[in-house]
Each structure stands twice: as structure tokens, then as C-alpha cells.
Design a protein. Structure first.
Length: 148
């Protein structure tokens, strides 16, 4: 079950994973990532370094970035960004893979997960399709989920 909160979802709970959707091209300049970089400087550089230098940088994978008591989970669920030719770049299959990995990691760390309504902003996804995926993958591990 997702607990919806108003305000700073990252302020709740003990060990926290802040999960959000990113693209495989390294574009980081609009939407939720702007707040991430402002609050946790260096996350953008770490993400771009991961894309450039890791064999694990592919759709459906997560780049975890520990940062002062919180773990940023950059879920690679978009090949590219929204364009006129592809206004909805969210890859639902990649998102499902990310959610499975996220659930396993949260379970291992005994962490709660904090996220915006992932995949619905610039990724163009449909929350009516995304919300059931979140509960499918995260509820089976009894992970606490907070969303804005």
C-alpha cells in the first residue's frame, strides 16, 4: 500500500531510499531531478559517471547513490526524453525490472521507499498503470512506500 503525503516524503521513516525515474541518455535538467540535485549535490554527476562507465547502465537497472543517510535510486526506465515523435518515453517493462530490484534492495536494507509519482511527469506514463506495478512489486516484500 502506498501512503500519500504532502510535503517532504524524505523526512519520514528510518533508512530511506528515494526512488525516481531517469533516462539512459544522461539528460538531467527538468522535473524532479532538479530538486534531487539541489538537495543532494553531486547526484547528477554520479549518475552521468555511472552511465559513462558502468556495464550495468541499461534500461531496467538502478544506479544507487548513498548520500548522507539516504539512498538515491536512479531507476533507468526511459531510453530517451520526451520528444514530439515520442511524447511518452516511459518503458513500462524497464520500470517493472527496476521495481523488482528496488523491492529486493529495500527489503535487504530494511528501508522505506520515498518517491514522487514516478514516471508520470516528463516520462509521460499513466499513474493508473504505474500505481498497480508499485504495489505488485513492493507490497510482496512488505516495504513501506511514501509518495507525494
Amino acid at each position: 500500500m502506498i501512503t500519500y503525503v504532502v510535503g517532504d516524503a524524505a523526512a519520514l521513516g528510518g533508512i530511506k531510499i528515494l526512488a525516481h525515474v531517469v533516462n539512459l541518455k544522461g539528460y538531467w535538467g527538468k522535473g524532479f531531478v532538479m530538486a534531487v540535485e539541489e538537495r543532494w549535490p553531486g547526484t547528477k554527476a554520479a549518475y552521468r559517471d555511472f552511465l559513462a562507465n558502468s556495464e550495468h547502465a541499461k534500461l531496467g537497472r538502478i544506479m544507487f547513490c548513498p548520500y548522507n543517510g539516504i539512498v538515491i535510486a536512479n531507476m533507468i526506465a526511459q531510453e530517451d526524453i520526451a520528444r514530439r515523435s515520442n511524447p511518452n518515453p516511459l518503458d513500462y517493462q524497464a520500470l517493472e525490472s527496476c521495481l523488482g530490484e528496488l523491492a529486493n534492495t529495500a527489503n535487504y536494507l530494511q528501508a522505506s521507499i520515498h518517491m514522487p509519482r514516478i514516471g508520470t511527469g516528463l516520462a509521460g506514463g499513466d499513474w493508473k498503470k504505474i500505481e498497480p506495478l508499485i504495489t505488485k512489486y513492493l507490497n510482496k516484500h512488505d516495504v513501506t512506500i511514501y509518495s507525494l
